[in-house]
Each structure stands twice: as C-alpha cells, then as structure tokens.
Write a new protein. Structure first.
Ligand SMILES: [Zn+2]
Length: 254
C-alpha cells in the first residue's frame, strides 16, 4: 500500500531542472520543514500549473508520495507575490530570504512559526516600494537567526548582562559568542567594532513587526550596513554564505 496523497502549503525557494521538462522544487513546507518536490512536465508550455510553481510563490499543493521525491499533482496560488518576480530590484532584494531558507530548512525538522513568518515577510516585500525591500530582508534574516536559536543580543552585554552603552559611536560585537560585549568584558571575547547606527538599526529590525518596518522611513545606507551585519551573523552562527547578498552589494541596483 502506498502512502495517500496529501495537501500542503509551500513557498518555492529554488528550482532545478531534473530532466527534459521536469523540475525539482526546493520548498519550505507549512510546518517550517524543507520539502523537495518533483513537478513533472513543469517546463512544458501546456503545463497548467507550471507558472504557479515559481520562486516566491506561496502555493497550496496536492502531492503524491513518490519513490524518492514526492510529486506535485496540483497547485494553486495562496499568494503569487507577483512583484517579486517581475521587478528586478524587488526580486534581487528579496532573494536572500529564499536563499537563507534553502540553506537552513531541513527535511522532517519542523520549525514553528517559520512558514508564517516567511509568508508575512514576502507579503510585505511584494507590497512595498523596492527601496524598502532590503529592510524587510534584513529583518527576516535576523528573525530567522532568532528562530533557529542564534538570536543576536544587541541590548545587553552577553557576559555580564549590563546594558551596552558605548561612549563611542561603535559597539563591540562578538559574532561567534552571541552579540554585544561591554568595555569591561571585552578582554574575554574576540570582538569587532560595528557602527552604533548599524547596531541600532539591526536591533530595530529584529524587534519590530514587518508592519511597523513597512511604515518606517528607510535609510538605505544604514539598511545595507545592517544587511552586512545579518550576512556575517548567519555565516558565523549557521555556516551559511548568502551569494544573493553578495550580488546585492555588487549589483548597483540600490
Ligand atoms: Zn559586560
């Protein structure tokens, strides 16, 4: 007896050609785990749901268990996030969200709240002006780190717990040991100096809802400094190198 077909919501993170007209879709499943699916004939122009199984799309799928990978037999949009595919700036700025998920989500390892957070982030990234998308992306990357157990502590010293009040315009950060370090404890840690404006902006993006972030005035420079911070944070704590962030920095799109 084979396993029965099932219904699940997914966000498509990456597409890989399997053979001729078939695709493998790396997806985030609605329980926050990773699910790789086969879409047969997805590259044929006549395929009725191929267009829905595209990057950034949130889809409700009917899936048939397969020998190795499960197979999508039907898909419909829950939210297409159309702007994220059609606008080059919006797309480039939101791509680190997908890449970070593709590199951290694990099969059969549910992460509570991750799917909802991803959908909320993509809803906002698709709805706001392109200049605001990088802030949504930074917020997502920092919140993702928190959900995975690597929440940066940016208010208090990781050693003594005292509020970190720098007399200077920078804050000492230990990327490997969890966040900010006060002057008195600095000798125990390997730290780097990060501009206080960057730390303050990263703190705000980590703590605020996507709704609030979408309404806040955006400083593109501070956002990209915070993006660099988030990239280094994920690299140090989750071993993830985000090529799409490297691209954003070199692209000249912002
Ligand atoms: Zn301290």
């Amino acid at each position: 007896m084979g396993k029965p077909t099932y219904t699940c919501d997914v966000v498509v993170l990456r597409k890989k050609r399997l053979k001729e007209s078939d695709l493998i879709l790396d997806c985030l499943k609605d329980d926050g785990s990773r699910l790789d699916l086969v879409a047969r004939g997805a590259l044929k122009p006549t395929n009725p749901f191929a267009a829905r199984l595209d990057l950034f799309g949130a889809c409700r799928c009917i899936v048939a268990p397969g020998r190795s990978l499960d197979v999508v037999t039907e898909a419909r949009f829950v939210n297409a996030h159309e702007n994220l595919r059609t606008d080059i700036r919006q797309s480039a700025a939101a791509l680190p969200i997908l890449e970070a998920l593709d590199k951290t989500a694990q099969p059969d390892l549910p992460v509570p709240r991750l799917f909802e957070m991803t959908c909320t982030a993509l809803d906002h990234a698709a709805a706001v002006d392109a200049e605001r998308v990088p802030a949504v992306t930074v917020a997502f990357l920092l919140k993702l780190a928190a959900l995975l157990g690597f929440r940066p502590r940016l208010d208090e010293c990781i050693e003594c717990g005292r509020p970190v009040k720098s007399e200077q315009d920078w804050t000492r950060i230990s990327f490997l040991d969890g966040g900010a370090v006060c002057d008195s404890c600095a000798m125990h840690y390997e730290t780097v100096r990060i501009q206080e404006t960057t730390v303050a902006w990263a703190r705000f993006l980590l703590m605020s809802t996507f709704n609030d972030i979408a309404r806040t005035s955006i400083d593109v420079r501070a956002t990209f400094d915070a993006l660099d911070f988030a990239r280094r944070w994920l690299a140090a704590n989750a071993g993830v190198r985000l090529k799409s962030v490297d691209f954003l920095f070199s692209s000249g799109l912002f």
